[in-house]
Structure formats: C-alpha cells, structure tokens
Write a protein that binds this ligand. Sequence first.
Ligand SMILES: [Zn+2]
Length: 288
Amino acid sequence: MSIVTNKELLTRAKEGKYAVAAFNTNNLEYTQAILQAASELNAPVIVEAAKSEIDYMNGHVFVAMVRAMAKDLKIPVGIHLDHGPSYEETIRCINYGFTSVMYDGSAHSLDDNIANTKKVVEAAHACGVSVEGEIGVIGQAADSPEGPIDESKIGLADPIECERFVKETGVDIFAAAIGNAHGIYKKKPELRFDLLKDIAARTNVPLVLHGGTGIPVEDIRTAITLGVSKINFSTVMRKGGIETLTKTLNDNPGDWDYMKLLTPAREKMVAIAKEHIIMCMSDGKAWN
Ligand SMILES: [Zn+2]
C-alpha cells in the first residue's frame, strides 16, 4: 500500500481498539521479516530504528530499503525514529524521509523536555512528519545492548505532568513510563494500569508502550483497552534471530553461505513478529 505517518496509523488504531506493533530493525533480513509478517497478516506496521541502528545501516539506505520493500505490499507502513536523542537527530531523520520521529527528552527537566520537544514538533509538523514524546524514564537494561532489566531504574510518569507536556508540546503520540522497561524482565512486569488510565484521560492522544518484550498478552490487551495504540518490540526479535543464527552456525561448521545461514534466523523473526502482531490485535486491520 503506502508509507504513512504514525499519526494516521495510530489514530485509526485508537478508534479501532487495537495497537500497531512497532519493531526495531538494523539490517536487511530483519526488515524483510517485519514486513513479511505484517503483509501475511494484513496488518499495519511500524518499522523503527534508534540512532545506533540508523548509523549502522545509513539513514538514506534504511529509508530507501523500507520504501522499496513496502512498494508492492498492500499494508500501510510507518518509518519511525525510536528514542531520538537530540533535535539535530530528529531533523536528520526527517531529511532521510522518516514519517515519524520520537524525541526522547525524558532525561531532562520537564521544562527543558517541553521546550525541546516543542521545537521538534514545529519542525516535524512543517514537513508532515508526526512526533512521539516521552516523560518519565522507561527502565533500562542493566547492560547494553538490552539484557536483564535493573528494576530499580524503572521510573513512573506523573499524570499531571503528562497532561501539561502533551498540551504544551503538541505531540501527536505520547509514551509514558508506567512500570515498563527495555530488555528482559527478571520477573513479571507490574504495569500501573491506574496511572495509564489517568494519563489516557488527561492526554487524549494515542499512547505508546515501550519495552513490549515479555509483557504478558493479557496485560498488552488491557493496555490497549486503556488507550495504548503502539507497542514497541525489539529485544524479543533480536534474541530469537540470534539464537537461531547461533544454532545454524553450530550445525553447519565451515559453511560460508551467508544466505543459507541467515534464512532460518529470518524465518524465526517472521514467526515472532506474527505472534506479536496478533497480540496487538492489528492482524487484518490494514486498510486500502
Ligand atoms: Zn523504547
């Protein structure tokens, strides 16, 4: 179908009471897996990349690759910057052709986060690009890349601050920390649905749940009914892909055929992406 903004994808998702799965990517096979899974399930999807992933692929190459792959598919696809660390990075991604950018100012004071996000919104909206903002630090894995989560680092957003942030910045989409975290949860995550409900009532924009890996399906579904319209999955795809690749390499010592060795990993990622799209209830929701 076509490349669309996250605002369009998520406004429809909010109305339709489902969430669009957003998968991080950093190479060809990974991106193919995401789009194949979404296409086979007739689901809208968001392909996203963080700065390190964009630098690895080259932003121009990444956008050209997604656009070329999506060209003949009958599903809407968003191209999104995940956790943009600066105003400059968001502008770079708008220039590459992203349809949505996140500015993550959650480490700044609320006033600075609002001022910086507002600047991003002004520039992005002038180019028809949608903006995701965040307050309340979403827990991080203890080690990088995302490993086991350090539960003591999970922050919570204040609903009153969320209301002020969304109103003053004009963001299209909003991510609030409600007990979720990036990486692998050591125990069942305790999402604060009371906070989510309050934040949804005060903001009235599609909400984003980061750190989707490991959140039980019943909690994903509850979050959707309370206003979450985009769920980010990164760790689960990488883990499944690399574990499969490791096994393939161990089973085929001395084999140097990249295509043969990477194919099972790509197939595994297609299966994982499908499972998470179904969790989000976005299968069959592509429109023409
Ligand atoms: Zn995130």
